[in-house]
Design a protein around this ligand. Sequence first.
Ligand code: GLC
Length: 729
Amino acid sequence: MNLHAASPADIEKRINGILSQMTLEEKLGQMSQLDSIPSPISAQLREEIRRGRYGSILNAGSATDRAEAQRIATKDSRLGIPLLLGRDVIHGYRTIMPVPLAESASWDPELIRGAARVAAQEAAADGINWTFAPMLDITRDPRWGRIVETLGEDPYLTSALGAAMVRGFQGDDPAAPDSLAACAKHYVGYGAVEGGRDYNATWIPEILLHNLYLPPFLAAREAGVQTFMSAFTTLNGIPASGDEFILRQILRKEWGFDGLVVSDWGSIVEMIPHGYASDAADAAFKGIRGGVDMEMATTSYYDHGKALVERGKLDIRTIDEAVRNILRVKFRLGLFDERFARRANASTGAPTNKALNIASELATESIVLLKNERTTLPLSLSIGKLAVIGPFGDSAADQMGPWVMDGDASAVRTPLIALRERLGKDRVLFAPGLRNARDISHDGFAAALDAARAADAVLLFLGEEAAYSGEARSLANLDLPGAQEALIAEIAKLGKPTTAIIFAGRPLTFHNAAAHADAVLYAWYPGAMGGPAITSLLFGDAVPSAKLTITFPRTVGQIPIYYSHLNTGRPPLNAEGAGPVGTAEHPEGYTSRYIDIKNTPEYPFGFGLSYTHFEYSNLRLSIDRLRSGEKLTVSADVANTGKYDGDEIVQLYTRQLVASVARPVRELKGFRRVHLKAGEHQTVAFTLSADDLAFWNEHNERTTEPGTFHVWIAPDSASGLQGQFELAK
Ligand code: GLC
């Protein structure tokens, strides 16, 4: 329901009315985004805003600065065009939620929407009206630090969760005072950077662009996202920020997107070092021609746009179209109406209980149980003493993770704080053991071992620092940094029940550490309420339900490794098998595998344990031949055969055995969270149509082809009940 919407026709009329009055300088001003506001606002900047030098400002200093900038723009300027005030509200604003890769492990679109809604309310109250989220890049490369901002490796799941974020940020009505314009970024293919090295080249055949990287952006478009952000990277040699094919042909012509496209920080002028533009004027020309409406942070549009038009290099109609897109978003956000004034004046206090509860619930649903031997977990509350060891047991900054622009660190409750609240200070010993995650010194080991000896169970908090995750944080080595492996090896010698809790923004490789631990929880960066969430999982108040949305490699040498791979002409006969070195003549040697390690992941996509057990049985298909226009119902019984009530994320996969192009061995086509009490069982059913089985072929057409399909209802991408059906013409 759109509370304040002016009709599209009314908006277009108002746009044309304003556009007809604008000078070329004012048009180029709308196409320019200033990178920050010095606080307090300088006299020069006041004058610039007054004369319409900028259409948007990001990273403005404070709510007061934002309100003043907006006042000048709307009251003192000639045409009164309001500013878009942007900010990276990536996983929470004041209340920091788990990082997006963690959120995705909840497979819970509704909860993720709710978390984005809270973030929008907090940010809008501070005068912000545009966030640069959701990040919808697909990646299969944990070396790339920005994997932390993704929603995992799968396009179907990323589409569902990304669309939920868009709905959360924009609300039912983008013009409501507590809504933000969302931004689908980084369009497109950024996650395919060569070598996992940030900002590097991407080479993506169009067929893969359509089947893997574009779907989440189309889903965001269909969810009504108001803005897109172009990527830094080259796509097949063309910088995404100057690429007419993706920005005009696909986004505008095929998808009918009519919001605005903003460049990523400096990506317009970076076309010069890319070797695609000769100078800033050429970069501005190629950015505007390419289809980027607004230039973030740099000033080539404003500096050179006028001359480009006057020299006839750029048609004024191209400029007008860009300005229309920008004004259209401002109208849709209600910024031209008096109501927006409330946004800048409200003050954002400390996180509310509602926000903290959502943060806690989402963290609880995001933390993945990877190992639990001898039912180490859940712990009993009557346990004597606990030893909290490791640098992440009490680190607010690491718990919040990267991309925390405005988080309220005082609201963060660490595991140490939460555990001591639960058991009392005397029963929870703490010894970091290491000064930080990179510490190679063993000086702190003695105190850590003393704490472990004095305790009845050990909680070892390991991982990678938040400062090593995110943008420009590519790693060539995914092992636990510093002396962490040595620390857990020493702790393990004591024979105490030991749980490793890992903080990280990506899959790390920690095979030995996991072997030393009796139980492993992957907590990612769980946000402000990570401590209470971990505590409630440790004592069984909550039962783990999270499942991985990214494949965990055994070693960095396996990358890229992901579940929806092609079968190849020589699939490993025994993927688990690791032949001894020098077995080139071994039949296994002539298949697509490494001969020095097992060829399966450490943990597969979709994997996650519970304290209870779920058994799948009785797979049934409603028909064995699916025709166009029909629906196939695939169902199975899922029983909770353990002693705890719990949630199970049931997954649906298909495989087309033969097609005009080789197709992946599995593709996610559905998921469902079911809650089952101990002893309860439920039939879980999914429906499939021919269109659900469509793919893009080598002619870059979206098509379905008749043939035989396998179908699974499964707990993860490596197991499950398998059936078969035919797709008829
Ligand atoms: C950064 C990031 C982008 C972010 C923008 C504004 O460089 O690439 O994701 O939204 O600049 O901070």
